[in-house]
Each structure stands twice: as C-alpha cells, then as structure tokens.
Design a protein around this ligand. Structure first.
Ligand code: FES
Length: 283
C-alpha cells in the first residue's frame, strides 16, 4: 500500500535560518498520495523553532506532538506542550497566530496537517508592516550605511506606534533589522520612559515628577490622577483605557505640572480641574 508510511522511513532534510530557526523535516503528503491535506514531520533541536510566529487566513493547521516538550505561543498566550498534545490552529489573524518553540533540552518532534487551501495569506504579527518598514528605512537613510544602528530610537518609536508597545519579539525584530544584538535594543527600550515594554492602555498619561515640577504641583497632580483612575504609576485601569506613567523632565518645567498623552501631545499647567477635563475628553 502506497498510502502508508512510517516515521522511521522518512528522509529528513536539514533546514536552518539565522540562529533561531532549525529543524529536520519531511513533507509527507506527496509520499502517501495526499490530495487535499498537507502532512509534514519536523524534529526541532533544543533552543530552536521551525517557523516564525504566524497566522493563516485560509489554511487551518493541526499539530500532534510526537515526542519531547516545548512551548506553544498562541495569540497572546503561551503554554507548555508535551508528547501526545493535539493542537488546533484555525484560520484568523493575530488571535490565532502560533509558533512551537523547543525550549527544552531534547529534540521536539511534531506532525503537522494543513488544509492547503489556496490562495493563502500568511501574517507575521512579530514583524512590522510595510508602511512601518518604509518609515524605518527613511530614518536609516539619514545615517552613513555603516551607522544604520543609530536609527534605533526612531525605529522603536515607529514600531511602538504600530504595535502599541515594544514586546520582546518586536525588540528582536528591530535588532535584526538594524543589525544590532537584541540586548542593545532592549537597553534603549528600557531606558527611555517613552517606550512601553509592557502592554499599555489606549491612552498613556506620562506625568513629569522630576524635582522642578514636583515643587510646582506635579506631586499633587499625581495624587489626583491616582485617586481619579484608581491606579498607581505603571498600572493600567481595568477597562484598558488609561495607563499612568512617571516621566522625566520634558523641558517644560516653567509650565508644571506637565504631562504627555500617548507621547505625542503635551498638556501644561495641569490643575485638578484641567486633569478632570482631560480624563472626560479621553473617555
Ligand atoms: S522637570 Fe518637569 S518638565 Fe522639567
């Protein structure tokens, strides 16, 4: 019978890309005469993944973990996976994006089955849009080719405008794009208060609490905002509307208290009345 094959009969091919992606894999469908489904078998070595975090607009996929263990990224969640697990990845957007990561010390083997629906559109939520990449390219062009890493702050700002915050995956993407080690991008993203390294609400309110502003009412403004929103600095309201952040000097000390809305608009002389009006306005 030509429609049966055993895993030990497969001729595995080596695949590797960069320092993150590697597997030994075989496309099984053609070997067993599959017509409407795609079958593949992958063995992912420790520390690697077989493919980027992605979602499909028309092909549904199923994975069966044959041996080993690892982590599944699915939408905004992660969970540990092990031999015997069956994973369904229906079509969708970022909410059904998925990736199997071998973060164990041994090989992780899985069988995947796909509906092979055509035409297919694949999306990669960790990547940036073509529009954002165009903006980053324009920033890079401002520097000599050998200094393109100097565009890191601009690139992070553009990435944050698109994604809302700078996740570890976005940092990694920016690092790769600029040819920097990921840790160098992480250092920049975590140093400047304008970058959000955690998810934030729809509106971020960044209040300057430096000494000159502190002497001119910023601390009272902070108390008022905390009481009105029911959150402390670095927290987000339960409805996901506001995140309160502490900022550094914004060069507007004479107009204290000052705050930035979404890092874009500065509001000055923020008395309690003005703060209340601002919160109303943003509701
Ligand atoms: S100290 Fe607050 S703007 Fe300068």
């Amino acid at each position: 019978m030509k429609n049966v094959i055993n895993l030990d009969e497969l001729q595995l091919e080596d695949f590797a890309k960069g320092d993150k992606f590697a597997s030994r894999c075989a496309r099984i469908g053609p070997l067993v005469g599959a017509r409407d489904l795609g079958y593949s078998y992958d063995i992912v070595p420790p520390g690697k993944r077989a493919c980027p975090f992605h979602s499909h607009r028309s092909q549904e996929e199923m994975f069966f973990i044959v041996s080993g263990s690892g982590t599944l990224r699915y939408g905004n969640e992660t969970r540990k996976i092990r031999a015997g697990d069956i994973i369904c990845c229906p079509v969708g957007g970022p909410d059904t994006a998925h990736q199997i990561v071998n973060d164990s010390d041994a090989d992780l083997a899985f069988l995947s089955i796909s509906t092979m629906t055509d035409p297919e559109i694949c999306e990669y939520p960790d990547s940036l849009s073509a529009e954002s990449l165009g903006k980053i390219d324009r920033e890079i062009a401002k520097y000599p080719p050998e200094r393109k890493q100097s565009a890191v702050i601009s690139a992070l700002a553009i990435a944050q405008d698109e994604k809302g915050w700078i996740s570890p995956e976005v940092m990694e993407f920016v690092a790769q794009y600029l040819g920097l080690p990921p840790v160098a991008v992480e250092e920049v993203a975590s140093f400047y208060t304008m970058f959000h390294t955690e998810p934030v609400g729809k509106y971020t309110l960044t209040l300057c609490t430096c000494l000159p502003c502190g002497f001119q009412g910023a601390l009272h403004a902070a108390d008022h905002l905390r009481a009105k929103l029911g959150i402390d600095f670095s927290e987000t309201t339960p409805d996901g509307r506001f995140t309160l952040k502490e900022g550094e000097c914004m060069g507007a000390c004479a107009m204290a208290p000052v705050l930035l809305v979404n890092n874009k608009k500065m509001r000055d002389f923020m008395s309690n009345d003005k703060l209340d009006r601002l919160l109303e306005e943003l509701k």
